[in-house]
Design a protein around this ligand. Structure first.
Ligand code: ADP
Ligand code: MG
Length: 262
């Protein structure tokens, strides 16, 4: 058995096992092994390590694509000094993702522009970084997708889809009132994830006004809230809009500039 045919068969094994990164790195690692007189196990460890890194990287990239997070901001980008009503240590605790282990839900409640989406998306990025499947959607998008699914006879598949991710982010509940059919879709998603998988939800409505989202159907609203809140962390944010704040700062700077030129 020649060294050349060993090498060829090794290449073939790696190709068969679809270990492309290891296959590509093989000549280099073999050279290195000869030069540095690596032991067999050190050589094998180095080669497999390269494949493990490549697979891990691919998995993470695919999780990130799947998650569909609408912005790149992480929890580290959140400016706590701009939003004193947000408890920094609570967000740090959420960032450890311990809440995911017992399927605790997280509700961000507050007026527009205070960073609810940013924090929810930040948790999404943290989940992806930890190798978890996360998925971002808005309440409106979820409703539309369920509506299509019902028409096309894919209801069960779609419900399974929303049950799948470890962390499901549902943004902007309450911005638009949901038609009864949409409300019941959201209710079903919440029900089937209950005690099984976390939901991170943002809403501009105080819990007392939840009836409005569901066309004053207090039964659906109450049943949904029961499930959402049973095991949950509620983060109420009642500060100024961050967007308005930057607008104000810009307007102020402009006024100053105009004054100093005048
Ligand atoms: P909401 O979802 O509550 O309406 P967003 O999360 O969309 O608010 O925030 C509005 C904009 O302001 C976004 O661009 C967001 O990144 C930014 N923002 C809000 N709060 C903060 C903050 N505390 N630090 C940094 N950026 C912020
Ligand atoms: Mg938002």
């Amino acid at each position: 058995m020649s060294a050349t045919s060993d090498y060829q068969r090794l290449r073939a094994h790696l190709a068969f096992l679809r270990m492309t990164a290891a296959a590509e790195a093989l000549p280099g690692v073999l050279d290195e092994a000869r030069r540095a007189e690596l032991s067999h196990s050190a050589f094998l460890e180095r080669l497999l390590g390269i494949e493990v890194d490549a697979v891990d990287e691919r998995r993470r990239a695919s999780l990130a694509r799947f998650a569909s997070l609408p912005s790149p901001f992480t929890l580290a980008d959140f400016d706590f000094s701009a939003q004193p009503s947000v408890d920094r240590s609570l967000i740090a605790e959420l960032g450890t993702l311990r809440f995911v282990e017992d399927a605790t839900n997280v509700l961000f409640i507050g007026p527009p522009g205070v960073g609810k989406t940013m924090l929810a998306v930040g948790l999404g990025h943290a989940a992806v970084a930890a190798g978890m499947r996360a998925y971002y959607t808005t309440a409106t998008e979820l409703a539309a997708r369920c509506h299509r699914a019902a028409l096309e006879g894919r209801w069960a598949t779609t419900m399974r889809f929303y049950a799948g991710p470890r962390v499901l982010i549902v943004d902007e509940v309450g911005y638009l009132p949901l038609p009864a059919e949409a409300a019941s879709a959201l209710f079903q998603v919440v029900s089937q994830r209950y005690l099984k998988g976390s939901i991170v939800l943002t809403t501009n409505l105080g819990i007392a006004s939840w009836g409005k989202v569901f066309n004053d159907d207090a039964m659906v609203a109450g049943a949904m809230l029961d499930r959402l809140l049973h095991r949950s962390v509620v983060v109420s944010i009642d500060g100024d809009s961050y967007r308005m704040r930057t607008h104000r700062a810009r307007a102020e700077a402009t006024r100053k500039a105009v004054r100093s030129h005048g």
